[in-house]
Design a protein around this ligand. Structure first.
Ligand SMILES: Nc1nc2c(c(=O)[nH]1)N[C@H]1C(S)=C(S)[C@@H](COP(=O)(O)OP(=O)(O)OC[C@H]3O[C@@H](n4cnc5c(=O)[nH]c(N)nc54)[C@H](O)[C@@H]3O)O[C@H]1N2
Ligand SMILES: Nc1nc2c(c(=O)[nH]1)N[C@H]1C(S)=C(S)[C@@H](COP(=O)(O)OP(=O)(O)OC[C@H]3O[C@@H](n4cnc5c(=O)[nH]c(N)nc54)[C@H](O)[C@@H]3O)O[C@H]1N2
Ligand SMILES: [Mo]
Length: 802
C-alpha cells in the first residue's frame, strides 16, 4: 500500500509554510523557502489540528439548557459545567432564537459582539471580521473599540501627533535605522521572541536581520528594561535596569537635563511643536514646585542620576532613535511614557530625520519598521454597526458588572449597555483580559453566551452554546499583512475535522434563518469572496506606478504567492512634516506636535493632564501597597506560542515546569523566600493566586517577577451564586495564568486601555502535592460516563419565561 504526500501553501500569524498531508492527516509543516528566520511555532500545527481538544460537534451547556437563560445564578457557574453534544440543526436553532429574542426584547445593543482576538491568519475567514459582518447585518450589536496591544496609545496619539499610524508598524524603517542611527534607546528592549509573529502572517521574519545589520553599521544599543533578556543573545547592548512603569519619569528627567544644559533643539520645538513652554514650566517645577531633575528621576526609576544625565546627553550628541515597545503603555497611566517619549524626541530635534526621532514597536512584532512598498492587500469589508454602540475593549468586565454605569472615555461621557447575550468568535477573553476571577464573576451575568471555537479553550468551556470552527487548513483563504512583502494563497489541505464548519458557513445559515442572508453574504460563497477580494486588490495595484502587474486569480492561486518589490526609498516618519510643517501639517488642532494639548486639558481628567507628566500607577514598587505585595509582576508575550494559541502543543509544554508556566525571579528574592530553582510556587495578591514553576534569573531586576501570558486558565468556578461572595484569592489558578493576578482598571479616562503590566504580588513556595491541571480536559458530559448526543436534558426551543 502506498500513501502519497500532498503539499499545500498555507499561512499563520507565526509564518508562512507548506502543509504536508498524508492520508488525510497533517504530518509536517515546512517553512516558506524565503523566510530567513522561521518560527518553530509552525511545527506545533499537526498536534493542534488533530488534537483531542478539538471541538468535534456543537455542544450546549447543561445548566443553560435546563434553565434557558433564567435563574442562571442557581445553576452551575459558567466554567464549572458539563456540555451535551447536539446536532447542527438544534444548535443553530437555539442561537437563532436567542439572537431574535434578545434583539426583540432588549434591542441590538444588548448583544455584545466585538469578538476581540487574533483568530487566525487569512483575510476572508477572519472570525472577528465575519462576526461583525454577521451581527451588523442582523441589526447591530455593542462593539469593542481599540485593542489590548496598544489601546492607550491609540487614543492618545491622535491628540499629540494627529494619527496612530506609527502603532501599526509604519515607523522609520530599518533601512533608515541601519544607515543612520548611531544610538538606539530601546525602552523595553528588542525581544526577538515577540518578532516571531505578525498579525495576518508573514513570509519573512526580518527583525533579527535588521537589528544585526544596524549594529554592524555602528549603532549602539541601550536596553532600558527590567530584564536584560529583552535583547537577543549575540547583540551587544548596554543594559540599564529600570523599575517597571517608571519610564515616563526617566524620559521627563532626561528632558530636564536637555533643558537645563541648553541641549534641546529650540528651532525644531519652535517650528514643529506646540506648547513646549508649558511643558518646560512643568520640567522646571513651576507648576508643582518640583524640578524634574536627574536626581528626581533617579529616585523613582532606580537608575543613578549620572546615568540619566549621560543618556540624555549621549542621545543629543549623535543621530539617535528612541524606541518604546508597546508594553510600556499597557500599564496604568500608560499614556505618559508614550507622550513623554515624543516630547523627549522633539527636544532632541531629530524627528523626521533619517534614523532619528521616536519609534514604537520595533521588537514588539515582526512587522514594525519592515521596509515595504506601500500596497493594499485584500480586504473583507465589515460594514457599519446600526446599533452604534461600543465600549473600549478592555472595559468588558466593568460593562458586564455595571449595566447603565457611567464612565468617561476620550472626552465623552458614556454609559455601559445592559448586555443580555455575548457572542464571541476568534478571541479568548479568558486569556486576554485582566483579573480573570473578576471576569469570571462578570461572565455569569448575561443570559446567553455563544462561542465559536476550534478547541475547548477556557472561553469555550465558559459558553452556553459552543459551535465548532474549522482551522485555516480546512478552508481556502488569502493571507497578507499590510507590513509584510507577500500575499499568500492559502489552500485547503484537510477536510473539516469532526463536524466543524467555517465561521462563514455558520453565519450564512444563521443569517438565512433571520432573513438577512443577502445582506451578510452578498450572494457569494467563500470561493466567490476570495475572487472578489483579490480582484479589488488587483485593481488598486494596477492604479499604482510602484506596484507590479498581478496575475489573474487562477494564476495567483496556482503560484501560491505574490511578492512585493522592495521599496524605492527609505521611509522616515514625519519627513515631509519636518521639511514643511505648514504644507504637511499634522491632524492635531495646532497642526504641530502637541507637547501641550488644550483639547486633552479641556477634558479635565486628573489622570491625564494637558502635557506628559509622571503620574504614579496605582500599583508599582513605589506605591503604598508594595508593603503588602512587594514584587512587580510583568506579564510578557510567550516565546513558545501566540497568546493562548498552541498552548496544548508539545512546544509550549516543553517550556513548563511540572506542567505549570515558569515565573522568572531574581535569586535574592527567591533566597529570601526559600524558593529553589525548578520548584513550584504560589503567586498571589488580593485578586487571586496561581501556581507557577520558579526559574532563578539574575538578568532581572530584584523586586520583579516575569511570567508569560497564555497558559490556559484553570480555576474552579463552583456555583454561580457563590462566585460573587468569594474573594478571588480562594480560587487557586493551577496552570500559571498570570491574568489571575493582574489589574483590571482603565489606564486613564482618556484612553481606558488595559493596565495589564501594573500588578503587585508576592510569591511563596508551594509545598503541597501539585493539584491536577484540568485546562486540557474536555468538558463533555459523555466524559462522565453519559452518552454524547443522547442526554436526559430536554431540549425545548420554547423561549424562556423571563
Ligand atoms: N496580562 C496580560 N494580558 C494580556 C497581554 C499582556 O501583555 N499581559 N497582552 C494582550 C494582548 S496585546 C493581546 S493582543 C491579547 C490577545 O488575546 P486573544 O487574541 O484573545 O488571544 P488568542 O489566544 O490569540 O485567542 C484567539 C482565539 O481564537 C481562536 N481561533 C483561531 N482561529 C479561529 C477561527 O478561525 N475561528 C474561530 N471561531 N476561532 C478561532 C483560537 O483558538 C483562540 O482561542 O491578550 C492580551 N492579554
Ligand atoms: N511569541 C510571541 N510574540 C508575540 C505575541 C505572542 O503572543 N507570542 N503577541 C504579539 C502581540 S499581540 C503584541 S501586542 C506584541 C506585544 O509586544 P510588547 O508589548 O512589546 O511585548 P511584551 O512582551 O509585553 O513586552 C516587551 C518587553 O517590555 C518589557 N517591559 C515590561 N514592562 C516594562 C516597563 O515598565 N518598562 C520597560 N522599559 N520595559 C518593560 C518586558 O521586559 C518585556 O520583555 O507582541 C506580539 N508578539
Ligand atoms: Mo496584542
Amino acid at each position: 500500500m502506498t500513501s502519497t504526500l500532498q503539499r499545500y501553501p498555507s499561512l499563520s500569524h507565526w509564518g508562512a509554510y507548506t502543509a504536508v498531508v498524508r492520508d488525510g492527516r497533517l504530518v509536517a509543516c515546512e517553512p516558506f523557502a524565503r523566510d530567513r528566520a522561521p518560527s518553530p511555532m509552525i511545527h506545533a500545527m499537526p498536534d493542534m489540528v488533530h488534537s483531542p481538544l478539538r471541538i468535534a460537534r456543537p455542544a450546549v451547556r447543561e445548566g443553560w439548557l435546563r434553565r434557558r437563560g433564567t435563574d442562571a445564578g442557581k445553576a452551575e457557574a459558567r466554567g464549572a459545567d458539563r456540555y451535551v453534544e447536539v446536532g447542527w440543526d438544534t444548535a443553530l436553532k437555539l442561537v437563532h432564537e436567542e439572537l431574535a429574542r434578545v434583539r426583540d426584547a432588549h434591542g441590538a445593543q444588548a448583544i455584545f459582539g466585538g469578538s476581540y482576538g487574533w483568530s487566525s491568519a487569512g483575510r476572508f475567514h477572519n472570525a472577528m471580521s465575519q462576526t461583525r459582518r454577521f451581527l451588523y447585518a442582523g441589526g447591530g450589536c455593542t462593539d469593542q473599540v481599540g485593542n489590548y496591544s496598544w489601546g492607550a496609545a491609540q487614543f492618545l496619539l491622535p491628540h499629540v501627533i494627529g494619527t496612530w499610524q506609527p502603532l501599526t508598524g509604519k515607523v522609520t524603517d530599518w533601512n533608515s535605522v541601519a544607515a543612520h542611527t548611531r544610538l538606539i534607546l530601546a525602552f523595553g528592549g528588542m525581544p526577538l521572541r515577540n518578532a516571531q509573529v505578525i498579525a495576518g502572517g508573514a513570509g519573512d521574519h526580518t527583525t533579527a536581520h535588521h537589528l544585526r545589520r544596524s549594529v554592524d553599521q555602528g549603532a549602539r544599543i541601550v536596553v532600558i528594561s527590567p530584564t536584560r533578556g529583552d535583547m537577543p543573545d549575540g547583540i551587544p547592548a548596554e543594559w540599564i535596569p529600570i523599575r517597571p512603569n517608571t519610564d515616563a519619569a526617566l524620559m521627563i528627567g532626561m528632558a530636564y537635563v536637555l533643558l537645563e544644559s541648553g541641549r534641546h533643539d529650540a528651532g525644531f520645538l519652535d517650528r514643529c511643536c506646540h506648547g513646549f513652554e508649558r511643558y518646560a514650566a512643568y520640567l522646571r517645577g513651576e507648576t508643582d514646585g518640583q524640578a524634574k531633575t536627574a536626581e528626581w528621576a533617579a529616585a523613582i526609576c532606580g537608575i543613578p542620576a549620572g546615568t540619566v544625565r549621560r543618556l540624555a546627553l549621549d542621545a543629543a550628541g549623535c543621530r539617535s532613535l528612541v524606541n518604546c515597545t508597546w508594553s510600556l503603555q499597557r500599564a496604568h497611566r500608560g499614556e505618559q511614557p508614550y507622550w513623554a517619549c515624543i516630547a523627549l524626541a522633539a527636544m532632541l530635534g531629530q524627528i523626521g530625520l533619517p534614523g532619528g526621532g521616536f519609534s514604537f514597536g520595533l521588537g514588539s512584532i515582526n512587522s514594525a519598521g519592515n521596509p515595504r512598498t506601500d500596497a493594499p492587500v485584500p480586504q473583507l469589508p465589515e460594514g457599519s454597526n446600526p446599533a452604534a454602540s461600543s465600549i473600549p475593549v478592555a472595559r468588558i468586565a466593568d460593562m458586564l458588572l455595571d449595566p447603565g454605569g457611567a464612565y468617561r472615555f476620550n472626552g465623552q461621557d458614556c454609559r455601559y449597555p445592559d448586555i443580555r447575550l455575548v457572542y464571541w468568535a476568534g478571541g479568548n477573553p479568558f486569556h486576554h483580559h485582566q483579573d480573570l476571577n473578576r471576569l469570571q464573576r462578570a461572565w455569569q451575568r448575561p443570559e446567553t453566551i455563544v462561542v465559536h471555537e476550534t478547541w475547548w479553550t477556557p472561553t469555550a468551556r465558559r459558553a452556553d452554546i459552543v459551535l465548532p470552527a474549522t482551522t485555516t487548513l480546512e478552508r481556502n483563504d488569502i493571507g497578507a499583512s499590510s507590513r509584510d512583502g507577500y500575499v499568500f494563497a492559502m489552500h485547503r489541505a484537510l477536510p473539516p475535522q469532526g463536524l466543524s464548519r467555517d465561521d462563514f458557513d455558520i453565519y450564512r445559515e444563521l443569517a438565512a434563518m433571520g432573513g438577512y442572508e443577502d445582506a451578510y453574504a452578498q450572494g457569494r460563497d467563500a470561493w466567490g469572496w476570495l475572487q472578489h477580494m483579490y480582484a479589488g486588490m488587483r485593481a488598486q495595484w494596477a492604479a499604482s506606478e510602484d506596484l507590479p502587474d498581478t496575475p489573474d486569480f487562477e494564476d495567483f492561486w496556482r503560484r501560491g504567492h505574490l511578492a512585493l518589490p522592495p521599496p524605492r526609498r527609505d521611509f522616515v516618519l514625519f519627513e515631509d512634516f519636518r521639511k514643511n510643517p505648514s504644507g504637511h501639517g499634522l491632524r492635531t488642532p495646532s497642526g504641530r506636535i502637541e507637547l501641550y494639548s488644550e483639547r486633552i486639558a479641556g477634558f479635565g481628567y486628573d489622570d491625564c493632564p494637558g502635557h506628559p507628566a509622571w503620574l504614579p500607577p496605582v500599583e508599582w514598587l513605589g506605591s503604598p501597597s508594595a508593603s503588602r505585595y512587594p514584587l512587580h509582576l510583568i506579564t510578557s508575550q510567550p516565546e513558545r506560542r501566540l497568546h493562548s494559541q498552541l498552548d496544548p502543543a508539545p512546544l509550549s509544554n516543553a517550556g513548563k515546569i511540572q506542567g505549570r508556566e515558569p515565573v522568572r525571579i531574581h535569586p535574592a528574592d527567591a533566597a529570601a523566600r526559600g524558593i529553589a530553582d525548578g520548584t513550584l510556587v504560589r503567586i498571589h495578591n488580593d485578586r487571586g493566586a496561581c501556581l507557577a514553576g520558579a526559574v532563578l534569573d539574575d538578568a532581572l531586576m530584584p523586586g520583579v517577577l516575569v511570567m508569560s501570558t497564555g497558559a490556559w486558565f484553570d480555576a474552579d468556578a463552583g456555583k454561580a451564586s457563590s462566585l460573587d461572595a468569594d474573594a478571588g484569592e480562594a480560587r487557586l489558578e493551577r496552570h500559571g495564568n498570570p491574568n489571575a493576578l493582574t489589574l483590571d482598571v482603565g489606564t486613564s479616562q482618556l484612553t481606558q486601555g488595559s493596565s495589564a503590566l501594573s500588578a503587585l504580588v508576592d510569591i511563596e513556595p508551594w509545598r503541597d502535592p501539585a493539584p491536577p491541571m484540568r485546562a486540557y480536559d474536555v468538558p463533555l458530559k459523555s466524559n462522565d460516563g453519559g452518552e454524547a448526543g443522547s442526554n436526559d436534558v430536554p431540549i425545548s426551543s420554547a423561549p424562556p419565561g423571563k
